[in-house]
Design a binder for this molecule. Structure first.
Ligand code: FE2
Ligand code: FE2
Length: 288
């Protein structure tokens, strides 16, 4: 399976003009010339380049999930407005991909923002539309996007570079809406499901928690443990959008405790049980 760097930049004028119209209208654009990584050491600049390059892939995959989700919303019995509103979210993810890519380029290149073709198709295992939409609404929005709101706030609060701050503010403002959209969609969908479908979604959440705890928390918190102590970086990286793994993990766990777990419980899902099962879910996913 060949890997490709996320492709940005069409030669077709119509695609470009339509994309620019929605991508540039709702938010002020970063003043790219003001980006100033000159005070950083080569090692810190490389850390930043990698971090922003990795975000390119995450944002791009969000765009793909939204496109698959949109295709199945009508089949799951959701009203027309949900499809229309979800298409705005897809456009936002394209905007995020592009902004992160531009930043990575200006920090030295995004040659490692590669995706495998088989990572651009989300398997549905023959799921019904209700379970497919339920899985990705809960996983990507009620866990993923909801976590992003807390994580981006942490990054934005620490950022000082005007260009990076503008990028983070744009991402943050969009993700706040995505988070709200996800919970609204879950409230519309989950009560209509059978008990068996809700149980399936609760069990499936363990895989989602395993994924997000690995990438955001790096397993820094065992059950009952204190939150990781904040550990401010002193190398200048925070100015350009990179905090320490401890500070990042802390923001994830705070959001999990305050919003994600209570929100999922209020939908009637066994959220705490799923959280407790995340290590088992991770082991089941690990290559044998
Ligand atoms: Fe995004
Ligand atoms: Fe999003």
């Amino acid at each position: 399976m060949s890997a490709d760097v996320v492709r940005i930049g069409s030669n077709e004028a119509l695609f470009r003009s339509m994309h620019r119209r929605y991508a540039d209208t709702p938010h002020p654009l970063p003043e790219w010339d003001r980006l100033d990584p000159s005070a950083l050491s080569d090692a810190v600049r490389e850390d930043l380049r990698r971090a922003w390059s990795a975000r390119v892939v995450a944002e791009y995959r969000s765009m793909v999930v939204f496109s698959e989700l949109i295709a199945r919303l009508p089949e799951a019995g959701l009203p027309l407005e949900v499809s229309s509103a979800a298409s705005r979210l897809l456009q936002d993810e394209a905007r995020h991909t592009e902004l992160c890519a531009e930043l990575a380029e200006r920090l030295g290149g995004r040659q490692d923002s590669t995706v495998l073709r088989n990572e651009l198709r989300f398997s549905d295992e023959g799921l019904s539309a209700e379970l497919f939409v339920g899985r990705w609404t809960l996983s990507m929005m009620c866990v993923g996007e909801c976590a992003s709101v807390g994580l981006l706030k942490t990054l934005a609060d620490a950022a000082e570079d005007p260009c990076v701050s503008r990028v983070l503010e744009t991402l943050y403002r969009d993700e706040v809406l995505h988070d709200r959209f996800g919970w609204a969609l879950a409230r519309e969908l989950v009560p209509r499901l059978t008990d068996a479908q809700r149980e399936w979604l609760s069990a499936d959440l363990a895989f989602s928690f395993a994924h997000y705890d690995r990438i955001h928390g790096r397993g820094m918190r065992r059950d009952g443990d204190e939150l990781p102590a904040e550990n401010p970086r002193t190398d200048g990286a925070e100015r350009l959008g990179l905090v320490s793994p401890e500070s990042y993990a802390r923001a994830w766990y705070e959001r999990l405790d305050a919003v994600i777990l209570p929100g999922l419980r209020s939908l009637g899902l066994a959220a705490n049980e799923a959280w407790a099962l995340r290590a088992e879910a991770q082991a089941a996913l690990a290559p044998r």
